[in-house]
Design a protein around this ligand. Structure first.
Ligand code: FAD
Length: 282
């Protein structure tokens, strides 16, 4: 929100694969702009697989006058390739970025080297100074590959020490996981804002698939409730909307500095929640 006493709001998209998907997304973007988010972000496929689509969409939004942040990871590319891509974003007038390690692209065997996010942050700071606001990923339920809770917090601190400005969390449905995590971050000396990532509940099968892949926990009671709805997608949506609105209220009422929505390129689920929260501009 542009208003300083409004919580931060940002909306994440993934680059569509087809012209039809792109057209639909441009429409969704336009409608979500009614909430005057701080920015929209566009994900980057594992191994740089969406490089051109991500870049094309980011530039399109920017040319429409919309604040936008590309996600970026080394994704197997060499330093010169990544430097050229970042330089292109800078040249285009982009001032925000979400810096990540990313995951191993599917079908890639041994020998593939993933570059940790703190190294990407340091690389961007080294070559581009303070031009970009850099956001990094944070995991209240801890990254699935982390050796321990404390290690993961230590590596997150390393991303901030390397120059990150803010964090965005993986989604979660247990607000206590976020509050405990924030306490641990503060104890570790992290002072930058960490925005909760919010995943609306739209489709149970998809949610289970994403959660299994990224290590986000669906509490058993929630899984059981969703399972009980079976194919009744209208009830799942209605229940999900109420639950996620309550989650967001709890987060904001207890000090979360704002919200970052994983929109799944859809308008309605996010818009309904934001409206329930009363976050529309005057
Ligand atoms: P890192 O911070 O590098 O951490 C990865 C793992 O290594 C952790 O277990 C950590 O504890 C450990 N670690 C970190 N630093 C070190 C170090 N220096 N030495 C040893 N161990 C270390 N994925 C995509 O492919 N595209 C996207 O656009 C995308 N957007 C995302 C946006 C958000 C907000 C979030 C939360 C995730 C996103 N992801 C995306 C998923 C993300 O790429 C994966 O979760 C990935 O596995 C980790 O990325 P990271 O940047 O958190 O990695």
């Amino acid at each position: 929100m542009t208003d300083t006493d409004q919580p931060h709001l940002s909306f994440e998209f993934f680059p569509p694969k087809t012209p039809k998907g792109r057209e639909k997304l441009l429409n969704v973007r336009q409608k979500l702009s009614e909430f005057e988010p701080d920015y929209f972000s566009v994900t980057y496929g594992a191994g740089g697989s969406t490089r051109d689509n991500t870049k094309g969409l980011v530039k399109h939004f920017h040319n429409e006058g919309v604040p936008v942040a590309p996600h970026l990871s080394f994704g197997g590319d060499d330093e010169e390739t990544i430097k050229a891509l970042i330089a292109e974003y800078k040249e285009a007038g982009i001032t925000r970025m979400v810096a990540l390690r990313g995951d191993m692209p599917s079908g890639v065997g041994g020998g593939y080297e993933m570059i940790y996010a703190n190294e990407l942050v340091a690389f961007i700071r080294k070559h581009f100074g303070d031009h970009f606001h850099l956001a990094v990923a944070a995991y209240p339920e801890i990254h699935p590959q982390a050796k321990s809770y404390d290690d993961d917090i230590r590596y997150l601190k390393g991303k901030f020490d390397a120059g990150a400005d803010s964090g965005i969390t993986q989604y979660f449905y247990n607000p206590d996981a976020y509050f405990y995590f924030m306490d641990q971050c503060h104890k570790a000396g992290i002072t930058q804002p960490i925005y909760p990532g919010v995943m609306p509940i739209i489709n149970f099968q998809n949610l289970t698939r994403f959660s299994d892949a990224c290590g986000a926990e669906i509490p058993r009671w929630l899984r059981k409730r969703l399972e009980a709805y079976g194919d009744d997608s209208a009830s799942i949506k209605a229940f999900g909307e109420e639950l996620v609105t309550e989650l967001c209220e709890t987060l904001l009422d207890n000090g979360a500095p704002g919200l970052h929505f994983y929109t799944m390129n859809q308008y309605e689920p996010v818009a309904n929640i934001v409206k329930h929260l009363g976050l529309q501009p005057e």
